[in-house]
Each structure stands twice: as structure tokens, then as C-alpha cells.
Write a protein that binds this ligand. Structure first.
Ligand SMILES: [Zn+2]
Length: 417
């Protein structure tokens, strides 16, 4: 699966280059506006990127004295998206006027920008400029070290913004998170896959696979925007529309949750797990600050995983949720200050990891402890771990050493502490 991140990086830009970038922003916004104006000319609003490209590309290039072709296309994409969302609002009974572009920005992709280790090359209205990144001093546990400079993350593009006198590049990057199959052979069957659910990261397994909440948040915000504007209308027609928007969004959420549940069950099968352990979901809103929408999603996800796992003889269980995010999965030391946002760092043994990943391991371990004395015909049980991508290059301690010490060490340490 893909994990996607956006990392803001300030740029060191001298006054000559700043003037060029300002000109580029103006030209980019002008181009986008030109395409929108064109799209709104006829009886119907044109939203097709291909049609808009055919009808405006040459004109825009001519009017802008040969503005970079890639940037003209990016401006046209921006315009097409804006037209599409205006049309979508109309279809949902909401008012929408012709889009205008005022916030100073430029959309870059790999053709119009080249990303180096400590600088970027950006296309402008007059050739390219090179700008150094202005980076924080410490080189660990920043988004820059975790994502931007990680070999595991690939940069897909960026948006240049101008705000309060600063040029800031919002760099988009992604990684493909897979389990490391070479490690799997070293552990035995009868293991537990721990799963932590949350708001920022929707789900994380004890093997280090992450499903971010971005997609869910996006659709939820869209849904609430539409519902809010329909509610303001107050008519019966609007009320019916709310229900139909609701059904549509329900369907979209469910589709996404089905996909995640399939991937979770596949992960358990790949790793030979006989149990998938979640934390008890009853009070999850209180613990995580999750919305009702998240609670709804967590409940669905749990249900889907449960019935899908059953087909493969995998049990799905819930364990007590207390302290799973505060407890060190390495030494067992429990303290609220072990965790700060996404970073877990044990105050006692120094173990560092992504906080949700640590929690997923604890959930697996808790299931294990609860069932240590019983069942499974004496088979060795362990929490399925892996050398998760997020740990190797993110400044966290590598999980691979734990994998090598194996499930026995994990469960032994557990019974000792
Ligand atoms: Zn510790």
C-alpha cells in the first residue's frame, strides 16, 4: 500500500529569484483563471481536462509569452478540478460561483521541479532557479528526516506557497509499505497480529503496515461540507438530498473500509497469524478524541475483519485498551511522557518507534499475556513483528533486531515485566 505525506520546507530565495517566483505565481494563477473563464463561457461548464487542454493550451502559451508547458498543464488541471467541484456543488443543490484563484501558489511535478538532497530546482517564467532548503537543526525525528530524506519515500511533486514573506515548498512524498518476507521464515506459526486504530493513522499492524487517515478525513470533510450547506437550505428537498448524499458517502467509506479489512486479513495470512487482536473499541472516542464518524468507521472495520478472517480460521479478539499507547513494547515501562504525538520514546530504556506502531505491538502482547497459560496445544505464541519501513529510516530503532530475537524473547520479556 502507499503511505503519503506532505512535508513543508522553507526555501532560501534571494531577491532576484523571489521576483521570478512572484512572476511565476502570477502567471500560473492567471493561466488557471483563463482556463476557468473559458470553461464557464458556454451553456455548460466544461470540466474535461482533455477538452480544456485542446481549447486553451495554445492560447495560454501565446498570451504568457511561452510559459513553461508543464506549468500551463498544471494550471489547467487546477482549473479543471475547481470547475468539477463547482459542478458537484450544484448537483448537490448548493450554490457555487465561478472559481477564482487568489492564494499565491504554483503546482509542480517531476517535470517542472527537480528535488535534490538539500535544494530544489524550479521552473519559472524565465528558466529555472535553484533554491536551498532551510531545514531544522536536529536531524532526527523531524518530518524531513522521516520522509523527505528517507530512501523509502519517493517525492511525487510539490506546491510552492508564498505566505507572510516566506517561500515554502509543500513536498508530497509516498512510500510503498510492504512486510519483509525474508524475516517471516524465521518465526513460527501461531502468532498474533496486533492492530491499533486511530485518527491520524487509521490502522497500524504490529508488523509495521500503516493505513493513514488522510483519505477518510478527506471524504468526511467533503461530506460534512455538503451536509452543512444543505442543512442551511432547510427545505424538504434539501433534507432528502442530505439523505442521498449520506448514502453515497456511506458507500464510499464502506468501500474503503472493505479494502483496508481485506488488506489486514491478507497481512495476517501472509504472516501465519492465528489471531488478530484489536483494542476494545467501546470507549475509543474518549481515549483518542475520535469523532463519531471515526467510531463508526472503526466498528465497521472491526466487523469486516471479523467475518473475513473467519473464512481462514483466524480469530479476531479485543483486548483491554489501557495504556497501550503509553507502555513501552520493548521493556514494559509505562509513562504518559513516553509518548509525544506520533513519536514514542521510552524514558527508561530509550526505545523509539512510531507511537501507533508501538501501540499495535502492545495490543498483540496484551492478547498474548491474557492467553499465555491456555490453549493452542502448547504452540509458541508471539506477536508478529517485522522490520517495518517506518522504523528503518525514520530515526527509530530498527525492528529487525527484535525479529531476530524472535517471538520467544518477546513473550519472555513480557512475562518478566
Ligand atoms: Zn522501554
Amino acid at each position: 500500500m502507499d503511505v503519503r505525506r506532505t512535508v513543508p520546507v522553507a526555501l532560501d530565495v534571494d531577491s532576484a529569484d523571489a521576483a521570478l517566483l512572484t512572476d511565476t505565481v502570477d502567471t500560473f494563477l492567471w493561466s488557471a483563471q483563463y482556463v476557468v473563464d473559458h470553461a464557464f463561457q458556454g451553456e455548460y461548464v466544461t470540466t474535461s481536462k482533455t477538452t480544456l487542454d485542446d481549447e486553451t493550451y495554445d492560447d495560454v502559451r501565446e498570451a504568457t509569452d511561452g510559459f513553461n508547458g508543464g506549468l500551463v498543464q498544471a494550471a489547467r488541471n487546477k482549473a479543471a478540478e475547481a470547475c468539477k467541484s463547482a459542478v458537484a456543488r450544484w448537483k448537490n443543490g448548493k450554490k457555487a460561483s465561478k472559481p477564482t484563484f487568489t492564494s499565491p501558489h504554483v503546482v509542480y511535478d517531476k517535470r517542472t521541479a527537480t528535488f535534490h538532497d538539500d535544494s530544489v530546482s524550479l521552473a519559472t517564467t524565465d528558466g529555472r532557479i535553484e533554491a536551498d532548503y532551510v531545514l531544522p537543526d536536529e536531524d532526527s525525528n523531524t518530518p524531513h528526516s522521516e520522509y523527505l530524506f528517507s530512501d523509502e519515500y519517493e517525492i511525487t511533486g510539490a506546491e510552492l506557497h508564498y505566505r507572510d514573506g516566506d517561500w515554502v515548498l509543500h513536498i508530497h512524498c509516498k512510500t510503498d509499505v510492504e512486510s519483509d518476507t525474508s524475516e517471516q521464515a524465521t518465526t513460527e506459526n501461531g502468532t498474533v497480529l496486533g492492530v491499533d486504530l486511530g485518527v491520524n493513522t487509521l490502522a497500524v499492524t504490529s508488523t509495521g503496515t500503516f493505513w493513514t487517515g488522510d483519505e477518510f478525513d478527506h471524504w468526511r470533510r467533503e461530506y460534512e461540507k455538503r451536509r452543512g450547506s444543505l442543512q442551511q437550505c432547510g427545505t424538504r428537498w434539501a433534507h432528502q438530498n442530505i439523505q442521498s448524499v449520506g448514502r453515497k458517502e456511506d458507500g464510499r467509506f464502506k468501500l474503503m473500509l472493505h479494502r483496508i479489512s481485506n488488506e489486514l486479513v491478507a497481512k495476517a495470512r501472509e504472516n501465519g497469524c492465528s489471531v488478530i487482536a484489536f483494542e476494545d473499541l467501546t470507549d475509543i472516542r474518549k481515549r483518542t478524541g475520535a469523532s463519531w464518524g471515526h467510531k463508526w468507521a472503526f466498528d465497521r472495520l472491526y466487523d469486516y475483519v471479523e467475518y473475513k478472517a473467519e473464512e481462514y480460521g483466524i480469530n479476531v479478539e479485543q483486548v483491554a485498551p489501557e495504556n497501550t499507547s503509553r507502555r513501552c513494547s520493548h521493556c514494559g515501562f509505562t509513562h504518559p511522557d513516553n509518548r509525544e504525538d506520533e513519536v514514542f520514546e521510552c524514558l527508561k530504556c530509550g526505545y523509539e518507534n512510531h507511537a501507533d506502531f508501538n501501540a499495535a505491538k502492545n495490543i498483540g502482547l496484551r492478547y498474548l499475556r491474557r492467553n499465555q497459560t491456555g490453549g493452542y496445544g502448547g504452540a509458541l505464541l508471539g506477536v508478529r513483528l517485522n522490520s517495518g519501513m517506518m522504523t528503518v529510516n525514520g530515526g527509530y530503532s530498527p525492528a529487525s533486531s527484535e525479529v531476530r530475537t524472535g517471538v520467544h524473547a518477546e513473550s519472555h520479556r513480557f512475562s518478566g515485566g
